[in-house]
Design a binder for this molecule. Structure first.
Ligand SMILES: [Zn+2]
Ligand SMILES: [Zn+2]
Ligand SMILES: [Zn+2]
Length: 250
């Protein structure tokens, strides 16, 4: 299983339109950016997208994705679904997965598109192309539902918190425990008090609570200085997870 973080930015992305802070100016000067939130999961030659960011076209072209086999939507904020239309014209009837509430809310914006809805329940794993996937509830007011995503593949575990504040339900924490890789919402450094998201300190506390082996911050805003000590993910950073092959031991 290969996991590629296609976009590490918050909803305006970095640089922010019209912003001349140190970080945005650094991005313009050096030519780097943070695209909006989407994660590509590849296994057995198939592709799954966790969220379809407004930068989808650029992300799919750059990551050489020829075809999208499934989409999981974590919640119905613009920066997490709006790019679905970018491959709607090249590919019809894509299978999408989420809770009934999220499908309904996103569906109001997507009324003119055809796709195959698959309603899934939180805490009930389903399998896509050899990867076990479990959605969990997280807390992202004023959204009525927002989900984290837990990927299990041959003994390896990747947890994506999705957009959440630190008040994650204990039932979700139980499901998220002991990840090999935690991809955590941390929109701003410590000291920022936020209602919808975690700051870096809160994301570190979550990593500790979950006993995460490796943690990366995502949904990162321009609030971090250009050269920060925090473990911010980079756009298009990718990770391979190989299961244990019994034949290696024979
Ligand atoms: Zn977001
Ligand atoms: Zn800025
Ligand atoms: Zn959101």
């Amino acid at each position: 299983m290969k996991v590629t973080i296609l976009g590490t930015g918050d909803s305006p992305g970095t640089p922010v339109i019209g912003c001349h802070c140190k970080t945005c100016e650094d991005a313009r000067k050096k030519g780097w950016e943070r695209l909006r939130f989407s994660i590509l999961v590849e296994n057995n030659g198939k592709t799954i997208l966790i969220d379809t960011s407004p930068d989808m076209r650029k992300q799919l072209l750059k990551a050489n994705v020829n075809r999208v086999d499934a989409v999981i939507w974590t919640h119905s904020h613009y920066d997490h679904f709006a790019g679905f239309g970018d491959f709607y014209r090249v590919q019809n009837n894509v299978a999408v997965y989420s809770s009934g509430e999220v499908l309904e809310d996103v569906g109001r914006f997507m009324f003119f598109m055809k796709y195959r809805e698959n309603q899934v329940e939180c805490y009930e794993p389903f399998n896509l192309f050899g990867v076990d996937i479990t959605l969990v509830d997280v807390t992202h007011p004023p959204m009525r539902r927002s989900h984290g995503v837990v990927l299990n593949y041959m003994g390896k575990k990747v947890v994506v918190t999705g957009d959440t504040n630190p008040a994650i339900p204990e039932k979700s924490i139980d499901e998220m425990l002991n990840p090999d890789l935690l991809i955590a919402d941390a929109i701003a450094p410590e000291g920022y008090r936020l209602k919808k998201h975690m700051n870096a300190g809160e994301a570190f506390s979550l990593a500790k609570k979950l006993k995460s082996k490796k943690t990366l911050f995502i949904h990162v805003g321009h609030f971090y200085p250009p050269n920060t000590k925090y473990p911010l993910a980079r756009d298009f950073e990718s990770f391979e997870f190989r299961g244990v092959n019994l034949e290696d031991f024979l």
